[in-house]
Write a protein that binds this ligand. Sequence first.
Ligand SMILES: *[C@@H]1O[C@H](CO)[C@@H](O)[C@H](O)[C@H]1NC(C)=O
Ligand SMILES: *[C@@H]1O[C@H](CO)[C@@H](O)[C@H](O)[C@H]1NC(C)=O
Ligand SMILES: *[C@@H]1O[C@H](CO)[C@@H](O)[C@H](O)[C@H]1NC(C)=O
Ligand SMILES: *[C@@H]1O[C@H](CO)[C@@H](O)[C@H](O)[C@H]1NC(C)=O
Length: 437
Amino acid sequence: MGSEDSIPRKQACQQFQITYKLKILLLIVATNLFTIYIFTNPHSNFDHPLSRISLWDTSPLLLKLNATQDQLTESHSQILNLQTQLNSAQQLLGSLLDHLTSLNGNPPAATYADLLDDLHDEARLAAAPHALPLGNTPRIGSEIYASVGGGCLNHKQDLAKYMSYEVGGECPSDDVFAQTLMLKGCEPLPRRRCHPRQPANYAEPRPLPGSMWATPPDTSIVWDPYTCKNYTCLIERKKFPGSYDCKDCFDLQGREKTRWQYDNGGLDFGMDQVLAAKSAGSVRIGLDIGGGSGTFAARMRERNVTIITTSMNFDGPFNSFIASRGLIPMHVSISQRFPFFENTLDIIHSMHVLSNWIPDPMLEFALYDIYRVLRPGGLFWLDRFFCFGWQLNETYVPMFDRVGFKRLRWNTGMKLDRGIQKNEWYFSALLEKPIFT
Ligand SMILES: *[C@@H]1O[C@H](CO)[C@@H](O)[C@H](O)[C@H]1NC(C)=O
Ligand SMILES: *[C@@H]1O[C@H](CO)[C@@H](O)[C@H](O)[C@H]1NC(C)=O
Ligand SMILES: *[C@@H]1O[C@H](CO)[C@@H](O)[C@H](O)[C@H]1NC(C)=O
Ligand SMILES: *[C@@H]1O[C@H](CO)[C@@H](O)[C@H](O)[C@H]1NC(C)=O
């Protein structure tokens, strides 16, 4: 362990030397810039050609002009010379910066300590490394770091607001605010030392399996951040105009009831047909990415498969609702690395969430992460990925192939908009992480 210990110190030493060289170099560049400034600045003591000559007297004027021209030619060549020097200095500086960047993967100024300097009070206490009480430990070192998303530092005011509360008191009801921060890359958020508000007249949850298909009591959550203030409102919402995330998902007696129960041979796969792709009982644990109100997990539970449902609380208390059903909600966004170890999950499902609204690089990272956490032979059920016709073959088919999934089933279908076909497509896919022998 001692040898591992010395690596950071060696790097620090190299970095110090480089920083020192960098300072000297900056000094050289700065000096050059200063010289150029002297030569080009009209207020410096450089002779201005027409400043002290009477314009009616031509011969001295010509003489003076000639002399000035000579001077100008000379200084021009000096400037050219300086520019050459400056260019080579800049090149040197550039390569030095590249070197520095490759050393620690970051621009030189952004050390964790620099960033911490910008945080105050609770935020700083939550994010700062803390010395381990028993000193140096082999696997961790001498101090332990909290996880705080780098994006938090781009939103310091919001972070300060999030971290201002009475220690030991009640937290603000700010989960909607918190998740806008998360989506700005402030994920994970720092921990807090306050108690979330408790709903008045809290009722204990119903027992399983009944809880899976029952609307929870209104007293199970705090309604503060939402437009709707009860489950009746959330269930009725599907009848009203306006676009809400997962508009009809809270109505467990509506469309939710039939989802994945039948296979239409096209875009809508049946759950039993998907599970039949593997030997009986070999699909046991998995993840539903952006799983709305948790119905996929409920249906899987009826088949003895345990599914964790990730969900944000857009326009409604999705996480609380999933939990009330007796299912496991996880409040993480699509941008975060999945908190699972590699080669662990039997199945991952996602409906409507992964689509062409996600920038290509981010989507590809997410697909690789899905591949990572799936066990060899694990299933990725991509349910209704939306895109335009030209994107299908140009972008997405190659991307999915590149990540390395094996296609077990692939259905495409054109989207109908009031019965009219547009060049807008869905595809559903059952993909398998290959087993290499
Ligand atoms: C100015 O210089 C030119 C050549 O560069 C020369 O022909 C001319 O006679 C000079 N004029 C004066 C007034 O010295
Ligand atoms: C539910 O909330 C809506 C508005 O959010 C309100 O108009 C309605 O009266 C409430 N219904 C019940 C049963 O509490
Ligand atoms: C789920 O597990 C229970 C208890 O082990 C068993 O009785 C039941 O038949 C299983 N259901 C399915 C659909 O496999
Ligand atoms: C994509 O390519 C396949 C096979 O080459 C072709 O059959 C299909 O029509 C193409 N789809 C679109 C939407 O262009």
